[in-house]
Design a protein around this ligand. Sequence first.
Ligand code: NOJ
Length: 981
Amino acid sequence: MARSSRRLSDWTFSSITVVILLLLASCTVAVKHHDFKRCEQSGFCKRNRELADSMTEKGGPDSSPYHLDSASIKFKDGQLDGSIVKTLHDNEAVKLPLTITFLERGNVRVTIDEEKRKKGEIELRHGSVARKERYNEAGAWALTGAGLQSQKSSSLRKVSKDLSEVTWGPEGRFKATIRHAPFGMEFWSGDEKHVVLNGRGFMNLEHWRPKVDKPVADENATAETAAAPSEDESTWWEESFGGNTDSKPKGPESVAMDITFPGYGHVFGLAEHAGPLSLKQTRGGDGNYDQPYRMYNSDIFEYELDSPMTLYGSIPFLQAHKKDSTVGVFWLNAAETWVDITKSSHGGNPLTLGLSGGVVDTQTHWMSESGLLDVFVMLGPTPQELSKSYGELTGYTQLPASFSLGYHQCRWNYVSDEDVKDVDRKFDKHNIPYDVIWLDIEYTDDKQYFTWDPHTFPDPISMEKQLDETERKLVVIIDPHIKNKGGYTVDEELKSKGLAVKNKENNIFEGWCWPGSSHWIDAFNPAARAWWKTLFTYDRFKGTMNNVWLWNDMNEPSVFNGPEITMPRDNIHYGNWEHRDVHNINGMTFHNATYHALLERKKGEVLRPFILTRSFYAGSQRSSAMWTGDNQANWDHLAVSIPMILNQGVSGYPFAGADVGGFFGNPSKELQTRWYQAGVFYPFMRGHAHIDTRRREPYLLGEPYTGIMAQAIRLRYALFPAWYTAFHEASTDGYPIVRAQYYVHPEDEKGFAIDDQFYLGSTGLLAKPVTTEGAESVDIYLAGSENYYDYFDYTIYTGGSKSHRIHAPLDKIPLLMQGGHIIPRKDRPRKSSGLMRWDPYSLVVVLDSNTQATGSLYVDDGETFDYEQGAFIHRKFVFADGELSSTNLGTKGSKTAQYLKAMKDVTVEKIIVVNAPASWSDVNEVSVTGEGIKGTASAELIYHAAAGDKAAWAVIRNPRTSIGADWTVSLPKTADAKSEL
Ligand code: NOJ
């Protein structure tokens, strides 16, 4: 119902439309498949799949028409340049310039262009103004420029006339063999082959050719211009879908390649899809999909689960994993992309896919509508190294403003400024912490962004001031469609300055979205981005102050009356690139523009901007958080949110969440409660609901639900230091914030496909939210040899690759701590995270079987960029030999001393030691030494003996050590004994 009702909320629609929409709405409850293409309805996908089938029939790549001209090869400083020749059926040769760059860190970039298009030696049809080249600016948006240096020490060896070999990588560990005819590559580490390009001969670059209008049996067609007899031209020159026709002025131009991972049984990534973390096969068969994973950013209404259908964002990055090795590919292309996945098993039981001694190969087939063939191969060999490599190329998660890790309260819509104030007060009344309240599209005057509805939001500043009293923030929505209305200055400026997306006739494009008739800002245009900045200044966006942040929605872009609910592919963007070429990047250009606008709202005020985006691409992590769009208030959507969010982490974009409670529909109280318990483990936690749903702020449910949800939110706030530290790791190393089983235990094969439990950062905290109705327990899988301990009562669960059943009545979140970790917390409940800034810390030390543990903590002011000048605390905690010590991991900067001074009085108020050795039972005091402590101080230790299945634990009270200082807490030497558990 939602799209209909979303549209209905716009009263400019005629009543006839309304009736039709209502009729349609009443007969649909799920995704409208007919709005979106299947592979066989997408010309290039169909053509490439057919080519794959015919190559498979032929049994290999031998008939692939691509060969690398040996004479063309030049190799210098880690870069190979050459020319691939595509031989057509009449022996005509198409030249495809090839560059292979062997990068530092062990990655390789393979780029293939097309000479004719590159030189502009093609003709466009229909008088199109489109650029003639293949789109070559995806890298300018997605890549940061880092990680692209070639490894100058790489060396090329000619093995034979037809085979070259390049050695590179750390200590020359990697080897790439380049087969000239047909062109193909193999990537080796030591004696093991990990990745193969064009091993199956599916490589395809649809070269430019003029359109020849042939009569049915045209005997005069020259060999030069005719298609091969078997080729189906029906979608080369024009393509229609759902009543829209794409004029395709450049003809067929797809690029495709098969990429095989020999010995790899699992592949992860290819965000965003609603399905399992370990990607499924897509060529049919029992339990498999019959469609490739599709990436074409779309506003999919009521998306279905366990599906390769496209969603709102795309990250064409994939990790292949097998025991102790992870490799990856990043397919840098901004056009519509489909990926087929198949697996073959040899030497074992084919049904067990690798778990019974056999070897599984995973084959993938990548197909994009246009652009360069540009692919990065990454040889890992650990998931962490892949995250780092990928992050180095596309950028790491921005270290967010700390408030954004708090709980966000949203709905479509809070109806007035008084409503917002009231909700704000009620959270306090019920002692539920939250940090941000959100306004959806109804706050605007007639869907004109940068304005407020004068009747319902007459005084936004007083609302913002009330929020500010408790350091809370407001997020308002601003979408990329601008209402087409005379007198609306934003639209007038957009038009007069020529900053909107154009249609194929090169006139301003007009389509429909929330405001009715609209225009779209073309954020590819630097002038449009510069103008966008001017709209956010406090003078211009009246009614906003510095606790107001942004939500960018509908930026796929969603166009209600467009093909597949988006823009026509032949629309024209800045630089005369066709929309088809840039589609998947479009959303990112918009939220990036907003990010930069927010950085410059006021001279001298530099706060870390917070932006939530629905559409995204590789690189979006640098400036925004994302969420999984319009989910539904049912148990399956709750369950799928976990693999989806884990996959965002694998895909280098870990600041991710799903609408808590479900967007469409009304959750039962049990479902909502369980959703909050899961949601407290989303890196981005926001409750959100559709305009047609009942109010469901956590305090409205009544007991026991309200109390249980409040407890869950407080748990998130207590773990704030651990969350922020995990975000810091994401921002420096690219690691996921919540981590999948395979990622943390890459050696444990039984865990590779597990995607309903996860670890929080490096803390050893393992959560398994309850996602089934009426469940009173969950089974949790424990890898590694160490024991795990219930977070709340220290019940012991033995590790060793075993499953355990955990009792989980409604008020219980299954949450364990793995032995060997130290978890930082703040235990004083507050109204918002901002109010916790000066609160003392607790450290939970979970000792392993050797009575040891380690952990870390990152702290900064949470709002400015001063951390870039050293204004932060980064500590390493180690427990060993009966001593807990805190040492500095940070490096000094110009603002370090000042920050440490400000933080001097923030202390550790409590150290809880779980799995405390029995030899501590007689100890009631520990000694404390360190910076700022004169001589040796002492602190009380209270020991709690093990009882039943619960571990012994001890608490050290008030060691009064400063969080930013070096210190050591020591047990009396006699107590330094190994754990007896
Ligand atoms: C679509 C978004 O996905 C949803 O979260 C939002 O409430 C509506 N647009 C209205 O802005």
